[in-house]
Design a protein around this ligand. Sequence first.
Ligand code: GRF
Length: 190
Amino acid sequence: MRIVVLVSGTGSNLQAVIDAVKERELDVEITAVGADRPGTYGLERSAAAGIPTFVVDFKAYTNRAEWNAALTEAVAAFEPDLVVSSGFMRIVSPEFINAFNGKYINTHPALLPAFPGAHGVRDALDYGVKVTGCTVHWADAGVDTGPIIAQEAVAIEDSDTEESLHERIKAVERRLLVSTLASLAAASHS
Ligand code: GRF
């Protein structure tokens, strides 16, 4: 299974996937890693692992449609079986979804459909829920919407800050992303 991973930030989820492939726990080929801006640590991690990288810089385009078209073209060039949004903080267009129909997944640090959006951890904490978690789902053109593939719960502690909670969620999220990719890879072989 050829995968393209999209990142915007530090890429610790991506690193978990890279490590799992290296340890032969996960049978996928990370064909490329793409980002929406240059200079992210996720790109550095990929380059260090010898994985091709590309940037479709959101700020370099005059409008969202042009950026979306460029992103679609850049990803399609790698002919992926699956595209993974792993901390990729951009909403893609319906055209992108159509181009990778049934092949685009996202990971989110909350138990969807609760707390979608860029501040899922903070919003759960502010609301006062006692349990949150993470979700891996088929992504559509909405904000963290689309059929859920896997979820895991994380208990919120009274002393939690957004940072401490996000770190605990990410430890679970990394494992969940790797195991979901393993299941999808196994299904694609059968
Ligand atoms: C993850 O929690 C992801 O779900 C969220 O941002 C975080 C990215 O972390 N959208 P990293 O870049 O993989 O370290």
